[in-house]
Unconditional design. Structure first.
Length: 400
């Protein structure tokens, strides 16, 4: 027969070490009331400090001007729907938290252990009324959120009516940039990269796909994220209502340079030029039709000896195997590793997927050593001399 363990628990030993006169029976499981309060105090100060840091961090994100990727000022009805649900959930969460915290604080004060009271509170199990209440209220809240949210999802996934002007663009995610192929309307056949140009107040259909791994298209001010998956076509339906330039970012980890896979949405006015604010600067946006005509045209012919030299180097250094320049180098085949269409690269605001501002210096820097700017870049380092890179950059920048 096994021996019974001795019935001396560590608990009893401790309670006699605690120094309090032993009024409590040796079997009482609770430490004295005063001790509990005293042991909480040292925690309070770091908690308050952490709380204040959290509040300061939260407030730091409040400036709209320096947050071009914020989701709180949407420019489409699809964005309105997401923002509405985000705010609804936020305020609902705050209300639920306030109620729960109030009940908790009330219980903490009302039912706390008084000095000298060593009795155990009444122990009970199961209270039908309470159980029904705290099952019913959350159920109602969840149903109340789900029903309108489903309605919103269906509204966002509705293809625009065919009896209006629709601009349809195939959007292809590639490591690590976005390619745009226009499928209809005046821009039919046009191909560009990094910057998606569309007209304001016009229905846009984007067919999302990928040439390699899964990416996600996300222009925070336009609408929610959409996965770009190889072999699939996930559409995005959206009608932007504000003229301007809006930054975006790939939102699905897709490899070494995922963080450097940016994009821009440029919403053009329909008729006249418009002046817009972009990153604290005034930028003039031509009408959509002007942009289309300009970009449908062949690339500009070299207009000086220096530019001519750059064009020659471009053709000699294998660049045309991966890059199309309309009317001059049309041989590039379409492959996952082929690069952006450069026919009008000089007119882009940014290059290398929004990583570098577009100017001759940055173009030369990119051409000389892409891997120094984007780790793992699918454009190889072609070991050009600084002079060669500069000459090619001059040529490319002339392609407005
Ligand atoms: C093997 C294919 C390949 C070759 C060869 C190649 N590139 Fe590229 N190029 C790319 C890819 C892919 C990108 C996109 C990289 C990125 O943004 O991640 C790119 C991007 C660029 C860009 C930025 C364009 C933009 O709109 O962002 C320029 C400019 C460029 N290449 C110029 C050149 C020049 C000049 C040469 C020849 C010296 C060259 N490329 C050779 C594949 C190639
Ligand atoms: Cu990505």
């Amino acid at each position: 027969m096994p021996q019974k363990a001795p019935v001396v628990s560590a608990c009893h030993g401790n309670s006699s070490l605690s120094g309090s006169s032993d009024q409590r029976g040796p079997s009482s499981p609770l430490p004295p009331a005063k001790q509990i309060g005293a042991s909480l105090l040292p925690w309070l100060r770091p908690l308050v400090v952490l709380g204040l840091i959290a509040v300061a961090q939260g407030l730091a994100g409040c400036s709209g001007e320096v947050a071009p990727r914020n989701t709180h000022t949407p420019i489409s009805s699809s964005g309105d729907i997401s923002t509405f649900f985000y705010q609804m959930l936020l305020y609902l969460d705050i209300a639920v938290m306030a109620v729960v915290a109030a009940i908790w604080a009330y219980a903490l004060v009302k039912f706390r252990r008084r000095e000298g009271d060593d009795t155990l509170p009444p122990q009970n199990h199961g209270n039908m009324k309470l159980e029904v209440i705290w099952t019913a209220i959350p159920t109602l809240i969840v149903v109340g959120i789900t029903v309108p949210m489903l309605a919103g999802v269906f509204q966002m996934s509705k293809r625009p009516d065919a009896n209006q002007r629709i601009i349809e663009v195939d959007v292809t995610g590639k490591q690590w940039w976005w390619e745009f192929d226009y499928k209809n309307d005046t821009a039919n056949g046009l191909q560009t990269a990094t910057e998606l140009h569309v007209p304001v107040n016009t229905a846009i259909v984007l067919n999302m796909t990928s040439a390699d791994v899964i990416h996600a298209w996300w222009i925070p001010r336009l609408a929610g994220k959409r996965d770009a998956t190889p072999g699939r076509n996930y559409p995005v339906y959206v009608t932007p209502r504000e003229v301007g330039i809006f930054d975006g970012q790939c939102a699905e980890l897709c490899g070494a340079s995922h963080a450097l896979m940016g994009t821009k949405l440029v919403v053009h006015p329909l008729a006249k030029d418009a002046e817009v604010d972009y990153q604290g600067k005034k930028v003039t946006l031509e009408s959509y039709e002007t942009w289309v005509q300009h970009n449908q045209a062949d690339a500009a012919k070299p207009a000086s000896a220096e530019i001519e030299k750059g064009a020659k180097l471009f053709s000699e250094r294998t660049c045309p195997t991966c890059h199309i320049i309309k009317g001059q180098f049309d041989t590039a085949i379409r492959a996952p590793t082929s690069g952006p269409n450069l026919s009008h690269v000089g007119s882009r605001l940014a290059i290398a997927a929004n990583t570098l501002v577009n100017n001759p210096e940055n173009l030369a820097k990119w051409i000389a050593k892409p891997s120094a700017i984007k780790p793992g870049s699918k454009m190889p380092d072609l070991n050009l001399t600084p002079d060669e890179a500069k000459a090619i950059a001059t040529y490319l920048y002339s392609l407005k």
